[in-house]
Write a protein that binds this ligand. Structure first.
Ligand SMILES: Cc1cc2nc3c(=O)[nH]c(=O)nc-3n(C[C@H](O)[C@H](O)[C@H](O)COP(=O)(O)OP(=O)(O)OC[C@H]3O[C@@H](n4cnc5c(N)ncnc54)[C@H](O)[C@@H]3O)c2cc1C
Length: 546
């Protein structure tokens, strides 16, 4: 176990407890929750599996890893000083810069002294007698705290494909989410990438720049859209910074906290020429505009979605020289925007390179990984390096990997069999004093905007409890039922909820995740916040407080 560094003047936890609060995870959520709980005078411990802060941006060091949110719309907004001090060098920063930023935040607010690294939590059990959580680490050490905040990440439990022989490959192999801290050299190498989701698309475009020969194994093509990234020069820096207050206000108003907001027009309320011109403009606009700022009915009206999908398909055909390859890259099982849209930089052009090959594994499935490479139903390929861009057991995966038990020993995994049930995505009935950040059923979108809100909501609740000497907060069953119904209702009519994806709880690489569930809240972020504000403003009647 890592030896803690005790600061001078650290507050004492309540009697019988090691800490007032334990936070699992030192990503954007955990770091900010630590900051806020410390402000309340709590004695807090953050337990983090990695060796540094940053979560997503600590782990995902694969080539090409970068934001799809604008750097400035993604950053923390809580500190004016931090906003003034930090200058983003690109509109969509790469992972190294984001990790530097999060380390800067950790230093600036002296967060590290309460974070214990190399500390993977394996169990968290609630003890009713003491109204406390006993948290166990991989090394067997135990820590007790009144409150447990899970900041374990929506995309932080990597999954490997369920293919025979993964262990037998004698060359180098990497999962994008556990990428080594040293650069990997692809020059002159025969490289395989398995997976063409948001990560695969970023990695493939970068690896193709130096690779000897690249073979991409694709199961499901995604609708990708050019990122149009660029550096931020001094004049733009000044202009962007001057608009921070307005930009953050805008992020509070939009559906998913992005700076983009849907066009109020319906797809068929304009002439075909106007539609074409609008779509051309969106395609040429940096970032998620084509996804988040398209015609208002794109994600609810099948015909509208089909028109927009056809437009993006025509772009793929324009960019990929071989029509057969282009056809393989065009999704047939879902429409544009109904799954997370990967942002790309010259991704489609990669397939025009003579040293790049695309293998459709729905046509010729991978049978096994061998000592020397990959065997499909058609042939055997030899590789020096295999890259698994096979994603995550999303949203509930990082919870499932911890043995979490609430009052009476009930397991969270059992409570959530058939799909998560939560109150505001923050609490689960029967798991008192456990608060989830970016758990299921909370607003996501441009995630740090939702993180800041939820962290502050949790801090406000804990502050409320401490002022009144309350030591137990549990969601009332009727509040959970109401919220679960609301989440269901909010997702009605959305084409994305009719598609298999991590957003609907499907992961063919994880046993038991082949049935769609209500994994996320797909209503608007403003509506989410309005409901959560109402709960706080009304004195938390939806919670049983004692
Ligand atoms: C490649 C990639 C790109 C992304 N790009 C964007 C983007 O452009 N815009 C956007 O809004 N979102 C993006 N996301 C989503 C991203 O995950 C969130 O924006 C945000 O980083 C989540 O922060 P978090 O602190 O909640 O979780 P994370 O950053 O995932 O941090 C969770 C931390 O918890 C730790 N942890 C988990 N389980 C345990 C355990 N049992 N014991 C101890 N520690 C544990 C992990 O090690 C990790 O450090 C991206 C995700 C990925 C993977």
């Amino acid at each position: 176990m890592v030896v803690s560094t005790e600061p001078q003047g650290c507050p004492q936890a309540s009697p019988g407890l090691d800490y007032d609060a334990i936070i699992i995870g030192a990503g954007i959520s955990g770091m900010y929750q630590l900051y806020r709980l410390r402000e309340l005078g709590l004695r807090v411990r953050v337990l983090e599996a990695g060796t540094g802060v940053g979560g997503t941006w600590y782990w995902n060091r694969y080539p090409g890893a970068r934001f799809d949110s604008e750097s400035y719309s993604y950053q923390y907004s809580f500190s004016q000083e931090l906003l003034e001090e930090w200058n983003w060098s690109e509109h969509f920063a790469g992972q190294p810069e984001t990790l530097r930023y999060l380390n800067y935040v950790a230093d600036k607010f002296d967060l590290r002294r309460d974070i214990q690294f190399r500390s993977r939590v394996t169990a968290a059990h609630y003890q009713e007698k003491d109204r406390a959580w006993d948290v166990t680490l991989e090394d067997g050490s135990k820590h007790r705290a009144r409150f447990l905040v899970t900041a374990v990440g929506p995309l932080s439990a990597p999954t490997m494909p369920r293919i025979e022989g993964v262990e037998s490959f004698a060359g180098q192999r990497f999962h994008t989410a556990t990428w080594p801290h040293e650069p990997v050299n692809f020059a002159g190498k025969r490289v395989a990438v398995i997976g063409t989701g948001a990560t695969g698309v970023q990695a493939i475009a970068e690896i193709a720049k130096t690779v000897g020969h690249l073979t991409v194994f694709q199961r499901t093509p995604n609708w990708c859209k050019p990122l149009h990234n660029g550096p931020i020069d001094a004049a733009s820096q000044a202009r962007i910074k001057a608009t921070y207050p307005e930009m953050f206000r805008r992020c509070q108003e939009t559906y998913a906290c992005f700076i983009h907001t849907p066009d109020p027009r319906g797809t068929f309320e304009v002439t075909p020429q106007e539609r074409e011109a609008f779509l051309e403009r969106l395609y040429a606009t940096p970032g998620f505009g084509m996804w988040q700022g398209n015609f208002r009915d794109m994600l609810t009206n099948r015909e509208a979605n089909a028109v927009i999908s056809a437009f993006v398909a025509s772009k793929i055909r324009e960019r990929v020289k071989d029509p057969k390859v282009a056809d393989k890259l065009i999704p047939k099982d879902h429409g544009f925007g109904t799954r997370r849209v990967p942002m790309e930089t010259r991704y489609y052009e990669v397939y025009n390179q003579p040293n790049v090959e695309l293998v459709d594994i729905k046509e010729t499935p991978i049978e096994r990984i061998t000592r020397t490479g990959i065997k499909t139903s058609e042939r055997e390929y030899a590789f020096d390096i295999i890259v698994y861009a096979t994603g995550f057991d999303a949203i509930t995966g990082s919870f499932d990997r911890i043995d979490i038990r609430g009052a009476g020993g009930i397991k969270l995994k059992n409570r959530w069999s058939g799909g998560p049930k939560t109150f505001l995505g923050i609490q689960v009935e029967g798991f008192p004093n456990m608060f989830m950040l970016v758990g299921p059923h909370t607003a996501l979108g441009n995630i740090p905007r939702s993180i800041e809100y939820n962290v502050e909501w949790v801090a406000r609740l804990i502050g409320y409890m401490r002022e009144r000497n309350l030591t137990r907060a549990d969601a009332r069953p009727e509040a959970v039922a109401d919220w679960t119904d609301y989440v269901k209702e909010a997702g009605r009519g959305l084409l994305s909820n009719e598609v298999d994806s991590w957003m609907t709880g499907i992961n063919s690489n994880v046993e038991g995740k082949q049935t769609r569930i209500l994994a996320r809240y797909s209503g608007s972020a403003p509506a989410y916040r309005a409901r959560a504000d109402e709960v706080a403003g009304g004195g938390y009647r939806e919670l049983a407080l004692a």
